[in-house]
Structure formats: C-alpha cells, structure tokens
Ligand binder design. Structure first.
Ligand SMILES: C[S@@+](CC[C@H](N)C(=O)[O-])C[C@H]1O[C@@H](n2cnc3c(N)ncnc32)[C@H](O)[C@@H]1O
Length: 376
C-alpha cells in the first residue's frame, strides 16, 4: 500500500478522535526515514502494509515480541504508542536501545575521534575466527575497536550506539549478511561469480560503514518520538501478559525440517559474541568450524518443528486477553488453516491480511500473513 493511499483514508476516518488524527497522520511518510538494516526477517519493507492493517485498532501499550531490529517498534512509536521491545539476543538490545530511545550523544566529530583512536590487536576474533568471516586485518580492527570501547568511560547509551554501528557494518561486510558458514572465500577467491552479492560494500572499510550508519541514524532522530522500553534479552515464553496489543513476529519454521538448521542463533552468533566481548573467548565451542557458542534451548525450541507449534500457541493463549497480531508466512509450519483455527478458538474477532513479498537476497517471493485476534 502506498503512502499516498494511506493518508486520505486516515483523515476521512470517522472512528478516530482529533488528537489521534494529529498523531497518526505523519506515520506513513516517516516510515521511509527508519534506518535500513541487513538483518534477516526485518519487517522494515513491510511496514506500510503492517501500518495499514493495524492503524484502526484501539491500543495504548504494545509489546513487540521477537523485536529483532526494532522496525515494528519504530512504527508503533511513530504511532505514539507506549512500546515495549523484546528479543532473545543481547546484541539486539543494543540495536533497540539505539533506535528506540534517544539518550546517546555521539556525533560525527566524536565518532571520527573514536575511530582515529582504534589500534588493531590480535584479540578474541583474530585468535578464533582466522579466515572465517573477515580478512585478518579486519579481525584485528574489530578486536581493537571492541577493546577500545570496553575501556572508555562512556554511558550505556553511547556504548550501545557504537556497538550498533559495529553490528550493522559487520552485517554489510558479510556475504549474505550472515555468519552461518565459514565462507570468506566468496569475498577473496578469484573467478567467483559475485553477481548475488555486493563486492563494493564488502570491501568498504568499517570506518566508512559506521559513519554512514551514524548519518542515517541522525537523520531518523530528527523526528523526536516517545522512547520505548527495551526489556532484557531472553526467552519470549517468560514474558508477562497484560499489554493492550501484543505483536508477534516469530522465526519462520519450514515444513521440511532440513531447512530449519540455519536458525537465528547460527545466523548471528558472531554479533552475540561481540555484545559480550570480554567473556566471549571463554564461551566459544572448541569443535565449531564457525566459532559458535552453545545454543540456548529457547533458540532451538523456536526454530524446530518439535516444539514450535506448542510454544507459539501457548504464547498466544497466554495473551488472549490482549489484541494479538501475528506475522507469519504461508506454506510454513504450522500451516495457515491451523493458525486461523487456533485464533478463532481464542478471539471474538479474527481477521487475516496478506501480501506478497520478495526476499531481499534470493528474490524469491512468499506470501506474508498478518493474523489479528481481538478479544471480547
Ligand atoms: C522474524 S525475526 C523478527 C524481526 C523483527 N520483527 C524486525 O522487524 O526486525 C524473529 C526474531 O525472533 C528472535 N527469537 C528467536 N527465538 C526467540 C525466543 N525464544 N525468544 C525471543 N525472541 C526470539 C530472533 O532473535 C529474531 O530477532
């Protein structure tokens, strides 16, 4: 749905009071200023459609469970809702803190000074990830950067922002933007077909990527929005109910279990390690060819057929007194019919929205679904 189509609809709606009209009107246009990311599963590109599907629902407090990059939290903030963000990854709390609150103070001048002070060293990454994800000189640079910010006396918000910029740069410099395979050779081997990737982006320096990331962030922040609450990282199943609206965007589980191996932990363990840099070297499993840390069971349970359906339906059931909005895809596990049936058994009012979406890297199309259950 295009922005132009959204605005007249909102303005002509008779169900909204005047203050809400004032709050909602700029949302569609502000979506385009949300910072970009290469994180797998981000809803950023689908936000105009999500907005169109939820804009008439009544709610004040909202939980963005499985929050990932915080893109949906950004949408709810732009709608002036009271947002609570949550994800299982600790590194994502740095991302959320940076994008959803505005207490960091680092500007371009300060970032340049920090980057000038980085001294490459042979630390955890150089010692454990040689020729796995980045070039040896890049490993040493990241080690130097992580060590420097660990030694600096800065606020948590500024530290989160610096880590956020590091994470985004690491993603951009990786083939497929992932850490699931030791495939640095895709960047370095001669004669490799690179038509699927972006060789120029891989070779750009961390400094360039970070300065670009900061510029994007500062543009977005011109929009002064209410800060969100970033909940501590952990398992979604442990969260308390009680929000007006609960938005769920769980990992997609394939019907063919062989396709479920590369889950979020496998894709992003490296960024999670960076988020706990001082203790990381003690956590890496000696036998892992990609330097993984042991996988927490809640990542496994939410990415394999064995427990996924039970966990998902339990979570929805626990929140059945809230409006529940679930993002999922067609032709996955559990199937569309089972999810609809479950929603209908728990909510007075159920609607399902759908749209086609192309996957950024593969170009393959899939049908995205949004189930909305409203209690009595
Ligand atoms: C489809 S992504 C969410 C994307 C997000 N809505 C966005 O726009 O960026 C799924 C997220 O679920 C998180 N996740 C996986 N298992 C989890 C668990 N047991 N508890 C909480 N979050 C979990 C992953 O870390 C990942 O960020």
């Amino acid at each position: 749905m295009q922005e132009q189509q959204l605005k007249p609809k909102v303005i002509s709606s008779t169900t909204l009071s005047t203050p809400q009209l004032y709050a909602i009107e700029p949302v569609a246009s502000s979506i385009s200023t949300f910072p970009t990311t290469r994180y797998y599963g981000s809803k950023r590109k689908l936000l105009p459609w999500v907005f169109d599907s939820v804009r008439l629902l009544e709610f004040d407090t909202v939980l963005d469970a499985f929050g990932g990059t915080g893109s949906v939290s950004q949408l709810f903030r732009a709608m002036r809702k009271r947002v609570f963000y949550h994800d299982a990854f600790h590194f994502n709390t740095h991302v959320a803190r940076t994008l959803l609150t505005e207490d960091a103070t680092i500007n371009v001048e300060r970032l340049n000074a920090i980057l000038d002070a980085v001294r490459p060293i042979k630390g955890t990454i150089a010692q454990n990830f040689e020729n796995i994800f980045f070039l040896p000189s890049e490993d040493e640079w990241i080690d130097g950067f992580a060590t420097l910010i660990g030694e600096m006396t800065i606020s948590d918000a500024d530290q989160s922002l610096l880590l956020y910029l590091l994470y985004q740069s690491c993603l951009k410099k990786r083939p497929f933007n992932l850490f699931h395979r030791p495939n640095l050779a895709i960047r370095t081997a001669s004669g490799v077909n690179r038509s699927f990737g972006n060789a120029t982006t891989w070779e750009r320096s961390f400094r360039e990527h970070m300065l670009q990331g900061l510029a994007e962030l500062l543009t977005y922040r011109r929009d002064r929005l209410p800060p969100a609450t970033v909940l501590p990282a952990g398992d979604v199943s442990l969260l308390e109910p009680g929000y007006d609206l609960v938005y769920l965007d769980p990992p997609y589980v394939a019907a063919d279990e062989r396709r479920n191996r590369d889950n979020y932990w496998r894709r992003y363990h490296f960024l999670e390690g960076l988020s706990k840099y001082p203790e990381w070297s003690n956590l890496i499993e000696p036998g892992s060819n990609i330097g993984m840390m042991p996988e927490p069971t809640h990542f496994t349970d939410w990415s394999r057929k064995k427990h996924f359906k039970e966990k998902l339906f339990d979570l929805i059931d626990r929140n059945k007194n809230s409006t529940v909005v679930l993002s999922y895809v067609k032709a996955a596990y559990p199937d569309d019919a089972s999810i609809r049936e479950f929603f209908e058994s728990r909510f007075a009012n159920v609607t399902v929205h759908s749209t086609e979406h192309s996957h950024a890297l593969s170009g393959s199309k899939r049908r995205e679904l949004l189930y909305i259950g409203v209690p009595k």
